[in-house]
Design a protein around this ligand. Structure first.
Ligand SMILES: Cc1ncc(COP(=O)(O)O)c(C=O)c1O
Length: 424
């Protein structure tokens, strides 16, 4: 099983058989409150009939259309809807089937763009320590998690990494840590080391999710943008987690007022109902490819299921719900009570840091014995107590569906406190 302790799972399987609203039903018929929107993706909550009906109708209308050399209307409608939601001139959309594929697509577009526009020496990619960009070879190369890299050989050549932004001195910061912009200055050092003419792109998650919820320090993303612009380096935001309302706006780029050159999305794009990923690129990149290839295929890249009609229908229906129920504004309004609630755990056993932004929080625990063991024990204890959480190492990550009620936020925190009191 993916990213799973298979033997532990076999010994005590956690089987989910149904879902509706804020809850899963497990194989024993118990209701389990979903504090993680599945895997950061079910932003509109579970069992949304509008999405299910849309994809069923689309499967009957047009089940599949070849992605190469043919189009279908929903793909273009979806691209237009996304372009209207995105900041700046991030107007051109390339569809993939997952976050990992979308990341690799963005990295390939960066390399190819420089090459076709006469800057073929720009081949270096820069990621960040503690970054997670999925599991393709591109994603793990720019990613910054040793465990995801060490088994898989030499990865992509010519990749370097920025330092991560986590600073224990700012433990229990609410929202963005006030200090840390210096971490962005490290990009200037990498530029000086490698020379800007060798660097194609920088990729970061605006908020690092999978390595324990690390909100960007104040001014950090703005500074990265300035440095990239000055040196002609493409800036890629991986918004697979931070997109679709998670931080209280459509995208983190909008929340921070920083427009990247490419923006990667997945997960909430279809509310998790069917797989889909996408990359939005600025108009100038699209134009660059067209200008470089007066005829023929401009970008030799794509997937059999790029822009799949059923996924496109699910995505459009998800966007309808986000809009009709004003879920991004709802997430924004809930972020203050959510922050208040999660920080009330500051005095609970083992808690060494709490970080939050929008409707995301990370509660870091002191490791007990083997690193990750306490986190794993919390996952099991919470599940037994009717709460689904995500743990990454010894950090609990919370990212509930945006439809959550305040009473359910309280229930999450109360269950966590009881579990922390009981776990060793
Ligand atoms: C920031 C980020 N990028 C990429 C991915 C990979 O997405 P997927 O699992 O759909 O390939 C994830 C998944 O959690 C992610 O959090």
């Amino acid at each position: 099983m993916p990213f799973t302790d298979n033997r532990a799972f076999k010994a005590a399987p956690r089987m989910l058989v149904a879902a509706s609203g804020m809850h899963y039903t497990d194989a024993d018929g118990r209701q389990v409150l979903d504090a993680t929107a599945g895997l950061w993706c079910v932003n509109a909550g579970h069992g949304r009939a509008h999405i299910a009906e849309a994809l069923a109708a689309q499967a009957m209308q047009l089940d599949y259309a070849p992605a190469f050399q043919f189009g279908h209307p929903l793909g273009f409608t979806l691209a237009s809807r996304l372009a209207a939601m995105l900041p700046g001139d991030l107007d051109r959309i390339f569809f993939a089937n997952s976050g990992s594929e979308a990341v690799d697509t963005a990295l390939k577009i960066a390399l190819a763009f420089h090459r076709v526009t006469g800057q073929a020496s720009r081949t270096r990619l820069i990621g960040r320590e503690r970054g997670y960009h999925g599991v393709g070879f591109g994603g793990i190369s720019v990613g910054g998690i040793a465990n995801n890299r060490k088994l898989f050989g030499t990865l992509l050549a010519g990749v370097d990494h920025l330092p991560h932004t986590h600073n224990p001195a700012y433990a229990f910061s609410r929202g963005q840590p006030q200090s840390g912009v210096a971490c962005a200055e490290a990009l200037e050092r990498l530029v000086a080391l490698h020379d800007p003419s060798t660097i194609a792109a920088v990729i970061v998650e605006p908020l690092a999710g999978s390595t324990g919820v690390l909100p960007p320090p104040v001014g950090y993303l703005e500074r990265l943008r300035e440095i990239c612009t000055r040196h002609g380096i493409l800036l890629i935001f991986d918004e697979v987690i931070s997109g679709f309302g998670r931080l209280g706006s459509a995208f983190a780029a909008e929340r921070f007022g920083v427009v990247p050159d490419m923006l990667v999305m997945a997960k909430g794009l279809t509310n998790g109902v069917v797989p889909m990923g996408a990359v939005a690129v600025r108009q100038a990149l699209y134009d660059g490819f067209l200008a470089a290839s007066p005829e023929g295929i401009e970008l030799p890249h794509g997937y059999t299921y790029s822009g799949h009609p059923v996924a496109a229908a699910a995505a459009l229906a998800s966007l309808d719900i986000y809009q009709e129920e004003a879920l991004f504004a709802r997430a924004n309004a809930l972020s203050a009570p959510f922050e208040q609630a999660v920080h009330s755990l500051r005095d609970a056993p083992y808690v060494i840091d709490i970080r939050n932004l929008g409707l995301v929080a990370g509660i870091e625990l002191a490791p007990g014995g083997r690193p990750g063991a306490r986190g794993a024990a919390m996952l099991q204890a919470c599940f037994e107590a009717g709460l689904l959480i995500r743990v990454t190492g010894d950090t609990i990550a919370l990212s509930p569906p945006l439809i959550i009620e305040e009473a359910q936020i309280d229930q999450i925190v109360e269950t966590l406190r009881r579990a922390l009191d009981a776990v060793v």
